[in-house]
Design a protein around this ligand. Structure first.
Ligand code: SF4
Length: 378
């Protein structure tokens, strides 16, 4: 039975008011009982239901997903199932919001636990972004194209969409930057400074052509001369899971496993990306490690559930280790438990919808514009 309850992030606290608590009768069930009942509810709902599962979900949940993938791939799957009335999104809040925007009118998107947020998405608030935009205008910074990582709230995506920008994912971040530089001189990249920096650096943009915008400082705390020279304006945000990876871990794993190859997600700090052998989105990591020659040993710098599943599926031909020997767990993603999944599915069988994610109408249009741009950028 699984019963870990991580601490709430600020993002979760903001949404906790809307959260419907898990009824007591769904606590204390055995794994076997939950498996049988989830399978039965899925059978009853049939093609009216589609379950999407992010790679970072725990095994007990993701095994029920009709489609698995990173945010980009899952966003594409939403459009592929117009027959489903219910999209149960086993991921975090911002992903379910994107699904709601991309879904057809009749489809309802459900997040099994509304407290499944994202600490990175929490690092950019709409009023902070508005102030940043006003200050850039006041400083007469020309040709700024905003890009938001998909790991952000719908309000942020709508802001970006309305100002001629796009959403990107870790799969298409380089393409999104090329798209933006064909339209302007500078990119304002929110909220993950590491993804922005790692991607831009790989494309040949020097570190001294990038500045970090601190939303808690006046004018971002940025020197105007440096801002004038900058091509990338990086929001001061990060993923608390991927920021844990370090160069010391890479040194240690190379000492312990001579010949190991280190592959990391672009949300890691720049120094870690430089020290690694390879870097890419979760989809890229899965493909690269899976297609490597038999006998390969890999240390992977991303969320531990993905790493463990990869290790199991490729053993014994390939060895896959977590770069962080204690394993980097996304505690908010972990909030979606089989208990929550069972609850929302059995309630759907009874015709009751819980934990529906609805993006406000005033944000929907521009969020959709930004997401459509993302889907069109290869
Ligand atoms: S791994 Fe990081 S970016 Fe991804 S959902 Fe968790 S906190 Fe957010």
């Amino acid at each position: 039975m699984t019963s870990i309850i991580p601490l709430l992030t600020e993002y979760e606290k903001e949404h906790i008011g809307e959260r419907q608590p898990l009824p007591e009768r769904y606590l204390g069930l055995t794994d076997e009982e939950m498996d049988v009942r989830i399978a039965a509810a899925r059978r009853t709902l049939g093609s009216r239901l589609v379950i999407l599962g992010h790679h970072y979900q725990r095994d007990e949940v993701i095994k029920f997903a009709d489609y698995t993938g990173d945010s980009f791939r899952l966003a594409r799957h939403v459009a592929a199932r117009p027959d489903a009335d219910y999209i149960v999104f086993c991921g975090v809040h911002f992903m379910a919001e994107s699904a709601d925007v991309l879904a057809a009118e009749h489809q309802q998107v459900i997040l099994p636990d509304l407290a499944a947020g994202c600490s990175m998405a929490d690092m950019v608030a709409p009023d902070q972004l508005e102030r940043c935009w006003e200050e850039l205008t006041e400083m007469e910074v020309p040709g700024v194209v905003p890009i938001t990582y998909i790991n952000s709230a719908a309000a942020i995506k709508a802001f970006v969409g309305e100002r001629g920008g796009t959403v990107c994912t870790s799969s298409n971040a380089a393409a999104a930057l090329r798209w933006a530089f064909s339209r302007g001189e500078k990119v304002l990249f929110v909220p993950d400074q590491h993804l922005g920096r790692n991607t831009a650096y790989r494309m040949g943009i020097a570190l001294d052509e990038m500045v970090v915008w601190d939303p808690d400082e006046i004018f971002g705390g940025v020197d105007p001369d440096r801002l004038a020279r900058a091509r990338m304006i990086l929001w001061k945000g990060h993923c608390s899971v991927h920021a844990r990876f370090s160069v010391a871990q890479i040194v240690a794993v190379r000492r312990q496993h001579p010949g190991v190859r280190v592959i990391v997600h672009p949300e890691v700090p720049w120094e870690v990306a430089q020290a690694a052998d390879d870097m890419g989105s979760t989809e890229y990591i899965i493909k690269t490690v899976t297609n490597s020659p038999a006998g390969s040993v890999w240390a992977v710098g991303t969320e531990v559930h993905l790493v463990n599943r990869l290790a199991q599926s490729l053993a014994p031909e390939r060895t896959v280790l977590s770069l962080d020997r204690f394993g980097c767990l996304c505690s908010t993603m972990f909030r979606v438990s089989p208990n929550h999944l069972l609850w929302v599915l059995e309630e759907l069988v009874e015709g009751r919808v819980h934990n529906e994610i609805v993006v406000p109408a005033d944000q929907k249009h521009w969020t959709r514009v930004a997401l459509d741009r993302m889907l069109s950028i290869q």
